[in-house]
Design a binder for this molecule. Structure first.
Ligand SMILES: Nc1ncnc2c1ncn2[C@@H]1O[C@H](COP(=O)(O)OP(=O)(O)O)[C@@H](O)[C@H]1O
Ligand SMILES: [Mg+2]
Length: 418
């Protein structure tokens, strides 16, 4: 009972704080002993403070909503959760897959989308960060407004400010006319700041200022222009680590990461590779106007087990390449050279291997693969709780442990972080 009271109190105290700030603001506005610039300055500080409190209160509400839903969610399979998203008219924008981490990310996106809170998406290259940014835009109230994407890593430092905020004619050599920047173009919509970790410190300061004041100045102009843009940023860097080392401003990090979405690398969702192969084969066939490619057995095995440092982008590109280069069926020779297992050796080996393999061996290999897949699915559904999985599949717990060990599966990899 006490605990509930304390929680209610803290929810009220945010409201109370905001009210106090409002009173302070109106007192300031009529302060007779201060001069205008002083008042302006203090008002600005008040606004920043109010924003800060608002963000904290949003964040708290958001965390509460997600943790109360978490209990209900844990009982559903990921397929059911995906279906539920569909039934709530969630726009997937082509996001495919139903691994637990991906569905977690989509559910966060669903909650974040209708708000204007900044979202930071992190994950390795090719895990679908840009796609996720589009998902957030498409599911929000700004869906029919501009979506502007900026790759912070691709703009030379000296052009960055002008690219983001625009410039006035004559502001620098080559500035032949007035030009608006990406923030102005994204007004009323969403701006996607890709590779935010590449933004130089000077640019970080300027961006922070824009986030605080919601207004920009074109380079070379002192006129301020109000901009209303929702910010989604992405990075494949560990920004907190960068903060610790002085490469990224901590205040900017906290501004950008009010909501954080992490995308899993493909090697942590290997059981989705078969479906993704099928999906991209169909897509490639349609785009290239040909029949979906048939993969040789050894190529298929290779594609199922490869580690994909480039993640989904690499898988997708590989399938497109294979579809384009191969005739009806594809083999190692259609892989990019850098990926190709040393084909002569492998070909001989595989032939020997298959020749040497009895039907029993092949059956055993297939059954091992199925067993592993089954266990992975089970762990995923049970959120990594081995004893519950044992109960569900009616298996002795220690036998299940042995099987997990055999397949190098660790239950803690499947436990939800909370
Ligand atoms: N879950 C997914 N389902 C289908 N396609 C995906 C998925 N995630 C990424 N892709 C595709 O993979 C490619 C790379 O995605 P992208 O969003 O550019 O990755 P990142 O920005 O993280 O490098 C794109 O072609 C994208 O459409
Ligand atoms: Mg990207």
């Amino acid at each position: 009972m006490k605990i509930i009271d304390a929680k209610a109190e803290s929810a009220i105290s945010y409201g109370g704080l905001i009210e106090k700030i409002e009173i302070l603001r109106s007192t300031l506005r009529w302060a007779s002993k201060l001069d205008r610039p002083q008042i302006q300055k203090l008002l600005k500080q008040c606004n920043a403070l109010r924003d800060e409190v608002m963000q904290l209160s949003h964040k708290e509400r958001f965390i509460k909503a997600s943790s109360s839903a978490a209990g209900a969610r844990r009982k559903q399979t990921t397929a059911q959760r995906r279906k539920a998203l569909l039934e709530r008219s969630f726009v997937f924008e082509g996001v495919f897959g139903e691994s637990q981490k991906l569905i977690d990310a989509l559910e966060i996106a669903e909650k974040a989308a209708p708000t204007d809170l900044p979202v930071l998406i992190d994950g390795e290259s090719g895990t679908g960060k840009e796609l996720m940014a589009k998902v957030i835009h498409a599911n929000g109230s700004r869906a029919d407004k501009p979506y502007i994407s900026v790759n912070c890593g691709a703009i030379p430092d000296n052009l960055l400010e002008s690219e983001l905020f625009g410039h006035k004619r004559g502001a620098f050599t080559g500035a032949a006319s007035d030009r608006s920047g990406k923030f102005e173009t994204a007004h009323t919509g969403t701006i996607f700041l890709d590779e935010i970790g590449e933004l130089p410190l000077q640019g970080q300061v300027k961006l922070l200022r824009v986030l605080q004041s919601a207004e920009i100045q074109r380079v070379g102009s002192d006129k301020t222009i109000e901009v209303d843009t929702r910010i989604v940023a992405a990075t494949n860097k560990n920004l907190l680590e960068m903060c610790a080392q002085g490469g990224f401003r901590e205040d900017l990090y906290y501004r950008l990461s009010v909501i954080q979405v992490t995308l899993p690398p493909l090697r942590e969702r290997k059981d989705e590779i078969p479906l993704l192969i099928e999906y991209f084969s169909d897509e490639a066939a349609e785009k290239l106007q040909r029949r979906p490619i048939k993969l040789s057995r050894r190529l298929r095995t290779f594609l199922l087990n490869y580690a994909y440092p480039g993640n989904i982008r690499e898988l997708r590109n590989t399938i497109f390449r294979i579809t384009c280069l191969a005739g009806d069926s594809a083999d190692f020779e259609h892989l990019p050279e850098t990926l190709r297992p040393d084909s002569k050796d492998t070909r001989e080996n595989t032939q020997e291997d298959t020749a040497a393999m009895s039907l029993a061996d092949i059956k055993k290999a297939a059954s091992d693969e199925a067993e592993k897949l089954f266990l992975e699915r089970g762990l995923q559904e049970m959120g990594g709780r081995v004893s519950e999985l044992a109960r569900q599949i009616d298996m002795n717990r220690s036998h299940l442990q042995t099987l997990l060990k055999k397949h190098d599966l660790r239950s803690k990899d499947y436990r939800a972080k909370s």
